[in-house]
Design a protein around this ligand. Structure first.
Ligand SMILES: [Zn+2]
Length: 157
């Protein structure tokens, strides 16, 4: 089964374990039809806890995408068991944080969006509901130090 993977990297300042919490996290992606090559215009949201029926089958999946150009219905599943945290030790390398199982399509773009979380390296202070469409910074009262996530990058393979 073809798999699309999202690799990320970032500079972490006094925080670690950057992750998309919960199975209901909404990943923001764009997909490309494997039949005709059409890339979805709009951003699509998919989470591992949503189930929809696969047309003409008894199965279900996390998302169906009907191609605007050729009309084919393709499906996608979030591999929530393959989800990874991006840690302080991973800097400055890329790491796969999530994978998608793709049938008839591939994931070609990704947007961080909202809802991310991380924690203080030593204090373990939780920071939640981060909006990573831009750099994030805050202050860890417990550890008495500034915290932040900058230079976010991603690639999809
Ligand atoms: Zn198509």
């Amino acid at each position: 089964m073809p798999v699309s993977q999202v690799h990320v990297r970032a500079q972490l300042e006094n925080v670690t374990n950057l992750q998309a919490p919960g199975d209901d996290f909404q990943y923001c992606i764009k997909t490309k039809c494997g039949s005709c090559g059409e890339v979805s215009e709009r951003w699509q949201y998919v989470s591992g806890d949503e189930r929809v029926d696969v047309p003409h089958s008894r199965g279900s999946c996390n998302m169906t995408v009907k191609c605007k150009l050729c009309g084919r219905v393709n499906t996608l599943d979030v591999q929530t068991d393959k989800k990874q945290k991006y840690t302080y030790d991973d800097v400055p390398n890329f790491k796969v944080i999530i994978s998608f199982e793709c049938r008839g399509l591939s994931v070609v773009d990704f947007q961080f969006g909202k809802g991310w979380q991380c924690e203080g390296v030593d204090s373990k202070t939780p920071f939640t509901d981060l909006d990573l469409d831009e750099d994030w910074c805050d202050y860890d009262e417990e550890a008495n130090c500034p915290v932040g996530i900058t230079e976010l990058e991603y690639k999809v393979t």
